[in-house]
Structure formats: C-alpha cells, structure tokens
Design a protein around this ligand. Structure first.
Ligand code: SAM
Length: 294
C-alpha cells in the first residue's frame, strides 16, 4: 500500500513529517527546498539543539527546536506524532547529514508509516555516499555497514559477517578506533583495496587510498588522524573463497581461543559468522576442543 506523502508544491505547507538532510561540514551544502521547508515548519526535532542552533541561526530559521535523541526518543515520539495529528508541520533533522543514517529517526518514521501519517524526505548530503564517491572503488553495488563495535573481538565477528558480501563496504569510524579497525579489517577481510575519507566537505578534507595493509602502516607510523572518518573497503577478491572442513573450523576456533584469548562463546560466534555454519554447531565443536585441552 502506498503511504501518503506531503508535497510542498504550494506555498501553504501541509501537515506531516519532513525528514530533512543537513550539511556534513560545509554549511552551504543544504538545498533551497530544505531551507524553504525549514522556514515554514512549526517545530524542528533535532538531536542536539545547540548543534542545530548553528544552522538555524545562520539561515534565520525561527521554528522552535525540540530535542529528539536516543535517550528521550521513546518519550518524545508520541508527542511529535500527536503534534502532526493536530495539524502541525514537524521537521526531523540530525546533527549532520541524512537523519536515520547512523542517527535517530527510524522508529519515528516506522510509527508514522504504521499510522499512515503523511511524510516526505528532502534528501541531501550523507558522509557514506560522499566517501564512496571519492573512494575510487566500485560503486555499482555497495553495502553501508554503519559503525563497527568498539571492542576487537566483537568487531572481528561483525567483519566476518560481511566478509562474503559481494559489494563495496562502507563503515563509519571514529579517529581513536581507526588503527584498530584497519588492523582487524586486514585480518578478517584480507588485504583489500580501501580508502579512508576524513573531514569530508570541510577545510581539511582528505581521502587516502591504498591496500588495507598500506593504510594501516601509514596510520601506525603517523598516529591517529583528527576528525570524522569513513572507511570504504573493496568487495571480496575472486577466488578467495574458503573451504570450511571440520579441520578448518577447529583450526580457527583454536586460534581464536588460544592466540586471541576469546571465550568459547565469542570464538563460536566469530567462526559461525565467518563460515556461515550454524552457531549452535560451532559452539558444540568449541566446547569439545576446550574439554580436550583440559
Ligand atoms: N547522518 C550522518 C550521515 O548521513 O552521514 C552520519 C551521522 S553518524 C552519527 C557520524 C559519523 O558519520 C562520523 O563518526 C563519521 O564516521 C561520519 N561522518 C559524518 N560527517 C563526516 C565528514 N564530514 N567526514 C567524514 N565522515 C563523516
């Protein structure tokens, strides 16, 4: 069933939810349609009113800002929906880029869809596609993988889950975790071509391209960089598929438990994700290996 959309074709702005992309660094990167609608809405739901205040004061946008973030979303969602039902026009923006893309908003949109509340999206910048575009890697098929877990064991499991995806992979990352993530990517995905895109659209924009090993070595030598980062990694290299015999499963389980110090549970989750074998079966093998060791 097609859901209702709102159109801003007329000068009167209809009631509904307006999901609006904002700049990822360069304040000029906002569409004239986005500014027109932000100028007409009754309220703007935003993650941090101080961050969005810079945008609204720069463009003289008068609408009141309502905080909508991970910690108050459950409480604020019904209030925003009630406002729209009363006939108000509500915009949703995030600190930067496309709302919902590693940012709040998904549940609000899902709820509006379920209640057939009119909504539309005014698209614009996102760091994910900006980095992909500049990476020099294939763009015909890609997967946005969001943020990896901060701890290495969980990160390796998450990487194993996407290892076989036949597409360019896009990850968001923070500067302090860049070196660890590049190391884990090389260990799990193999030495693939990649790009580290930093401070996109800002004064110190930089895109460094190379094999994961070269990028890792560069940042090891120069230290962690500053600013916001996207890592783009090429898809799997043809012919690098693995043969998951019982021996291969046991070998990797031993390596993860003994050399990497993973628990039985973590090692089983890791090997299951990497091999595609059921977690329960791998867990049983891991338990046996541990018992043999005792
Ligand atoms: N909604 C945003 C979007 O559409 O790109 C993403 C928000 S997410 C909380 C923040 C992450 O996006 C950063 O940690 C970084 O990985 C990436 N990012 C945002 N702005 C960036 C920029 N100017 N340059 C590089 N990466 C950026």
């Amino acid at each position: 069933m097609a859901h209702k959309t709102v159109s801003d074709a007329d000068s009167h702005l209809p009631t509904g939810l307006y999901i609006i992309a904002t700049p990822i660094g360069n304040i000029g990167d906002i569409s004239s349609r986005a500014l027109e609608i932000l100028g007409k809405v009754d309220a703007i739901a935003c993650e941090d009113t101080r961050v969005s205040g810079k945008l609204t004061s720069f463009y003289n946008i008068p609408a009141k800002k309502i905080p909508y973030h991970d910690h108050n979303a459950a409480e604020m969602r019904p209030r925003l929906i009630a406002m729209i039902k009363e006939g108000k026009r509500v915009a949703l923006i995030s600190d930067a880029g496309m709302p919902l893309i590693s940012d709040p908003g998904y549940k609000l949109v899902a709820q509006c869809a379920a209640e057939d509340i009119p909504m539309t999206c005014i698209p614009g910048p996102t760091a994910s596609l900006t980095a992909l575009t500049l990476s020099g890697l294939p763009t015909d098929k890609f997967m946005f993988a969001g943020f990896l877990p901060p701890k290495s064991a969980a990160r390796k499991t998450a990487l194993a889950e996407v290892k076989a995806v036949p597409a360019t992979l896009i990850f968001y990352e923070t500067a302090p975790r860049l070196i660890g993530s590049l190391e884990d990517m090389q260990a799990i995905l193999g030495d693939r071509p990649a790009a580290v895109a930093r401070e996109l659209t800002k004064k110190f924009e930089e895109v460094r391209r190379g094999q994961l090993s070269e990028l890792g070595a560069y940042y090891q030598a120069h230290g962690e960089p500053r600013g916001e980062i996207v890592i783009v990694v090429g898809g799997p290299v043809a012919g690098q598929t693995e043969d998951w015999t019982d021996e291969a499963v046991d070998k990797l389980l031993r390596e993860m438990m003994r050399e990497q110090g993973m628990s039985v549970k973590d090692a089983a989750a890791f090997v299951a994700a990497r091999s595609g074998i059921k977690k329960r079966d791998v867990y049983q093998r891991a338990l046996l290996l541990q018992q043999k060791k005792k």
